[in-house]
Design a protein around this ligand. Structure first.
Ligand code: BGC
Ligand code: CA
Length: 330
């Protein structure tokens, strides 16, 4: 009798699952997807805009079937701190990671970890080497071609120079310039420094580097370095290039304090930089499209999560921003 009952129960189960009419209706909430985002440091204007957009874009996709749980960590510009944060994402079983490395030389260590844990990862803003990116097929990079941002800065300088002969203060036909560089570890710093000046020279304008130091992407350091350049070279300075807007804005403060008017050119097109363009303090900048990059990195994270193939890298274009078109970006 007992055996018969078990048999009936089994048959009922099989039939139920076949016809899909289970006796109890299934209660299913949205599936939770845990997205871990590691930022090199929170105290960075561009990366703050970037991370806010990633979060807004992800949570904006929440619906009845999927809920993105976003956790963002502040690496405090310290790789050991960031590595611990990534270890913790892994230990907590996060589904996918987006990583803005502090130190590019740590890429292979991080890739070893996410690969071992089977967690697909999108690198952003700081590009690991080709060899590192070849370590696993579930990683990709989203960025912008730094060469182009440098070239656009050069174009802005050339256009200004050609339109205003008075910029050549000492009339020697040579552009005497100051260069404020970003952090050494970052490809954008080296490439913007190189390609901005290459473009000026390619247009047949001679250049003389008066001063070139690192402001590490930081506004206060940009101001301090420019003040040091002014103390050393004063009115010899004819153009200032900043590898990013924060340093360019710092340079403007230093120039104002010295009662000097010199064209300053940045990169990023942050909100305060666009304000400075409007007021005439900043000569030009280059849009580093944080919205486009944020959405592309999230999109690629979801592609990886779906188990689909990705390219090794994705590029979001830069756009030259001058007094003529800055309103389009405000
Ligand atoms: C941006 C900088 C930013 C840096 C952070 C660069 O692409 O232009 O403003 O500080 O990325 O890594
Ligand atoms: Ca000159």
């Amino acid at each position: 009798m007992k055996k018969l009952l078990v048999l009936f129960a089994l048959i009922a189960l099989v039939l139920g699952s076949l016809t899909g009419c289970a006796s109890e209706p299934e209660v299913t909430g949205p599936e939770t997807v845990k997205v871990g985002i590691a930022i090199y440091k929170f105290d960075d204007t561009f990366m703050t805009n970037y991370r806010n957009e990633m979060e807004a874009y992800l949570t904006g996709m929440n619906n009845d079937t999927v809920k993105y749980e976003v956790s963002i960590t502040d690496g405090k510009n310290d790789q050991a701190t960031q590595t611990e944060q990534i270890d913790s994402f892994i230990a907590q079983g996060f589904n996918v990671l987006i990583v803005n490395l502090v130190d590019l030389t740590a890429a292979s260590t991080i890739i070893d970890k996410v690969k071992a844990a089977g967690i697909p990862t999108v690198f952003i803003n700081r590009q690991p080497s080709t060899a590192d990116m070849g370590m696993w097929d579930k990683i990709t990079y989203v960025g912008a071609k730094a060469e182009d941002s440098g070239t656009y800065q050069g174009e802005i300088a050339v256009d200004l120079w050609k339109a205003n002969p008075a910029l050549d203060k000492n009339g020697d036909g040579i552009m005497q310039y100051v260069m404020l560089m970003g952090q050494e570890i970052h490809q954008d710093a080296a490439l913007r420094t190189e390609y901005s000046i290459k473009k000026v020279e390619a247009e047949g304008i001679k250049v003389e580097k008066l001063f070139e130091e690192r402001g590490n992407w930081d506004r206060v350091l940009g101001q301090e370095k420019t003040a040091a350049a002014i103390a050393q070279f004063g009115d010899k300075i004819e153009v200032v290039f900043g590898n990013n807007d924060d340093m360019a804005l710092g340079a403007i403060e230093a120039l104002k304090a010295a009662n000097m008017v010199v064209p300053v050119i940045g990169v990023d097109a942050t909100a305060p930089a666009l304000d400075a363009l409007e007021s005439g303090d900043l000569a030009g900048t280059v849009l580093n499209d944080h919205v486009g990059q944020a959405r592309t990195s999230v999109d690629k994270a979801l592609v990886l999560l779906a188990g689909e193939a990705v390219e090794k890298e994705y590029w979001v274009p830069y756009v030259k921003v001058t007094p003529e078109n800055y309103k389009d970006f405000k």
